[in-house]
Design a protein around this ligand. Sequence first.
Ligand SMILES: [Zn+2]
Length: 191
Amino acid sequence: MRQLGLSYAQMQRKLLEDTGIHLSKASISYWLRGIPDPSGSLNRFRPDPSPELSYVIGVALSDGNINVHDYHREILLSVTDRDFASEFSRCLGRVLGRGEPYKVRWSEKRGRWIVQGSSILLHKFLNCNWFNLRKWIEHCGKCESAFLRAFYAAKGQYAARASVSMIRIEKCCCIFKICFGTLASNRHSCT
Ligand SMILES: [Zn+2]
């Protein structure tokens, strides 16, 4: 975008149009100069529909352990189910354009598997009105089933935990119904 001679305000607008993500001018400036942004990493993220992105959305919307800190722009999953953590690490790695999955580390203190990634762009994307994420969830049968897999994995976690985030569960049930209401509409297909 810089090569096109766009101003920060124009870049801001273009980014918003192309990806639906609003970035501050300061973040764009840090990004262009290649200076690590103090508020978090600008890992590569394009909101192209894919089963992996759908899975990440499913985790972000359903699991109370996903923390997107304001300061760190961190996307963190901390769970007892190793397979859940591994699948999330694979999907997150794919979504953020890494050649490999994120590291799944075991925390002795918490007794949990932890996956940690950071990206301002993905943070902004996931932090928007969750209703807008329907487009990605409903993209095709594969995207829908990836979302549901994340939903069920998170549900297993809820069952294992004493405290439950009801708001997140309600949100997820609502999305769940939306998905089932539209499962027949497989207009696209992810490979
Ligand atoms: Zn799809």
